[in-house]
Design a protein around this ligand. Structure first.
Ligand SMILES: Nc1ncnc2c1ncn2[C@@H]1O[C@H](COP(=O)(O)OP(=O)(O)O)[C@@H](O)[C@H]1O
Ligand SMILES: [Mg+2]
Length: 351
């Protein structure tokens, strides 16, 4: 059914190439699939990380293409931060290989660091110091010196709209402001590559939008490559060229564009609340209509997943339901991460 070809790259890493349909790929092992031959920013190859007996990263392979925004999605505890920590050199792999901009992180960590900016999950700012002093410390650390220094700090603080607050201690900042400051700090030495671990966790909606704008700008105007992790599908959707979903340290969804993902899992979900439940025969009947991917009924609410470009059956569905019950409410929406995740693993996000 599938053809596998081993491919060895000049940097010594290897992948198994698959000539399989997406369905095939998803139904069997997802370990070493990523077909791409262009410039690569990060190549993770058969990465394993154990903490004692516990396997946090379980044979993970993926690539981040040069110049893309790549999103690593997954529920809490799925291994996102562990992955970021390993590729930042903060944690050592148990086995496997991580190559960042052509350098093996276990051998050339210093080379990698110079081209890397990171916004860790714990924002790790000095709370008692001002925004400016925090930036200044980081500039020292990364050798941003000379006449450029003050100019660069000013520029970055302006970028995240915190210049007016430069003299205030970070302890007076909101969660969103702290994340923005952490982003400005990560950008200070003009890294080629950025790691953002849950960049908008605990951030209010307005700040979230602002952070999204900065991240998109980094890619589009400055040509940066961004690897971010998130718990939010809408964030991945807004930002990422490609996303992968992991759970228990394994890929459960291959790296794909958000559009491909949503198409696969039904572009639109219709929730129809009825005054009484409908028969299982009618549920089956609706399920068989073309363009309908799945139908489930829970507590008088029908959840119908349908392909995005085919809403023509909606009228048909409504008149069918009206024969058995009355409709109280209809709403349409995109699937959320929970639903995509559920349809793949049979379990929900853990929190
Ligand atoms: N230093 C550590 N020692 C033991 N277990 C750890 C350590 N760091 C992470 N883990 C475990 O590894 C798993 C993945 O954690 P993490 O990468 O932080 O997940 P995520 O960032 O996706 O929420 C979790 O079960 C976590 O408890
Ligand atoms: Mg994490």
């Amino acid at each position: 059914m599938s053809k596998k070809e081993k491919k060895v790259f000049s940097d010594g890493s290897e992948i198994i190439e698959n000539n399989r349909s997406l369905d095939d790929q998803l139904s069997i092992d997802l370990q070493d699939v990523d077909i791409y031959d262009g410039p690569v920013a990060i190549r993770i190859n058969k990465l394993i990380k154990r903490f004692g007996n516990f396997t946090a990263i379980d044979n993970l392979s993926l690539i981040v293409k040069y110049g893309e925004i790549f999103g690593l999605l997954g529920p809490n505890g799925s291994g996102k931060t562990t992955t970021i920590n390993i590729i930042s050199g903060l944690s050592k792999p148990t086995s496997g290989q991580v190559i960042v901009l052509g350098n093996d992180i276990t051998k050339d960590l210093h080379t990698v660091h110079a081209s890397l900016g990171a916004v860790p999950q714990e924002t790790a700012l000095y709370e008692e110091l001002s925004a400016w002093t925090n930036m200044s410390f980081h500039a020292d650390l990364y050798g941003v010196v000379g006449s450029d220094r003050g100019k660069r700090i000013t520029e970055m603080l302006n970028l995240v709209q915190l210049y007016e607050r430069k003299d205030n201690p970070v302890s007076t900042f909101s969660g969103g402001m702290k994340r923005r400051l952490a982003l400005a700090r990560a950008l200070l030495h003009d890294p080629q590559l950025l790691y953002l671990d849950e960049p908008t966790l605990g951030v209010d909606v307005q700040s979230r939008r602002a952070i999204w704008d900065y991240i998109i700008n980094l890619k589009e105007k400055k040509g940066k490559t961004v690897l971010l992790t998130t718990n939010y599908l809408e964030e991945a959707n807004a930002l990422c060229d490609r996303i992968a979903i992991i759970d228990h340290g394994k890929l459960v969804v291959l790296p794909n564009t958000p559009a491909e993902l949503k198409q696969r899992y039904g572009d639109i979900i219709m929730d129809i609340e009825t005054t009484s439940s409908i028969t299982s025969q009618l549920v089956m009947h609706i399920q068989n209509i073309s363009g309908i991917n799945s139908v489930t009924q829970t507590n008088n609410i029908l959840k119908i997943t349908m392909s995005g470009n085919d809403l023509s059956s909606t009228g048909n569905i409504i008149s069918l339901i009206n024969k058995e019950s009355n409709i109280k409410r209809i709403s349409q929406r995109e699937p959320n991460l929970e639903e995509i995740f559920l349809s793949l693993t049979g379990t929900g996000l853990r929190d």
